[in-house]
Ligand binder design. Structure first.
Ligand code: ZN
Length: 302
């Protein structure tokens, strides 16, 4: 089966702003399959349902570190689907977050939550159950994001570790979100030496961290950021990424690639990322397509 695979999108999300059925039709006619990435328990459930209902769609399940920030970050540091914020942002935050529940409140089943440890226990078991459903190909997106002061780093690490344990128990690959947190990311991963199948999605760092991620055995996700970044360091990292470790993604509706930067993103636009990679490596688009689709198929078993 040829075509491209958008290995990271949020088309299933409640706040996805485009018409999903039209997006699916366009993806199918462009021969683009997609992996819908969960960012919270409810959002992961939606991803699983959406994948089940639609051919060429797969799901991942997990709780993004930003979910911990619900109710803690100021309004302007949240991404929402209105206004310009969405266009270059990478932070889907679902308003129905489970993690936002504070100790002493009730969970969705009416159980009193006494401590954050219990909240994390519940999340881990919910993620584990969802991970066993049909067409779920990975745990994620999970990881660390230190771009803002909150959420607290220790809490992020704990949430991350709890879900890595699920990936380890189920022997599933992982979709990592890592931003400005590579030191702690590598430290945490060295404690999980059995978890070596995964992708560092939306890579936006330099050569050194790229090489460490590749040495650990991970793939690296390239998206629209590559088409418009001005960072020489980041461009150098993309150039050094071995093709056999590259995955393509959109992170739709975020990070729309050139030439549609400024519009809302959708999986079909992964083709522009492929074009950019082909051009920057002086390769044909079909070489990039075959290699990255094989990588995605190998990693996610699809
Ligand atoms: Zn994402």
């Amino acid at each position: 089966m040829g075509g491209l695979i958008d290995t990271h999108c949020h088309v299933h999300a409640a706040n996805y702003p485009l018409d999903r059925s039209e997006v699916l039709v366009r993806a199918r006619s462009a021969r683009v399959r997609m992996i819908c990435v969960g960012t919270g328990v409810e959002d992961s459930r939606r991803a699983v349902d959406f994948a089940k209902e639609n051919e060429g769609v797969y799901a991942t399940v997990g709780v993004h570190p930003s979910e911990l920030a619900i109710g803690e970050l100021s309004a302007d540091s949240h991404c929402s689907c209105d206004g310009d914020q969405i266009l270059d942002s990478t932070h889907p935050v679902s308003p129905t977050s489970f993690v936002g529940v504070k100790s002493g409140q009730f969970d969705s089943r009416g159980v009193v939550l006494r401590s954050e440890t219990e909240i994390f226990d519940t999340i881990a078991s919910q993620v584990k159950e969802l991970a066993k459903r049909e067409r779920v190909v990975a745990i994620g997106e999970i990881g660390l994001d230190y771009h803002y002061e909150a959420p607290d780093r220790a809490r992020q690490i704990e949430l991350f570790e709890r879900q890595l344990q699920v990936a380890q128990d189920l022997e599933m690959p992982v979709v990592f979100h890592v931003r400005e947190a590579f030191e702690d990311f590598f430290a945490v991963m060295s404690g999980f030496s059995k978890v070596r199948r995964g992708v560092v999605h939306s890579f936006s760092d330099g050569v050194e961290n790229l090489e460490r991620a590749v040495e650990m055995g991970f793939y690296v996700g390239v998206n629209g950021l590559a088409t418009f970044t001005k960072s020489a360091e980041q461009l150098e990292a993309y150039a050094r990424l071995p093709l056999e470790r590259m995955l393509l993604e959109t992170d739709a509706p975020y990070l729309t690639p050139v030439p549609f930067r400024g519009k809302l993103n959708e999986p079909t636009y992964v083709g522009f990322v492929a074009e950019w990679v082909a051009k920057s490596r002086r390769e044909s688009r079909s070489v990039i397509e075959v290699a990255t689709t094989k990588n995605a198929a190998d990693l996610f078993g699809i």
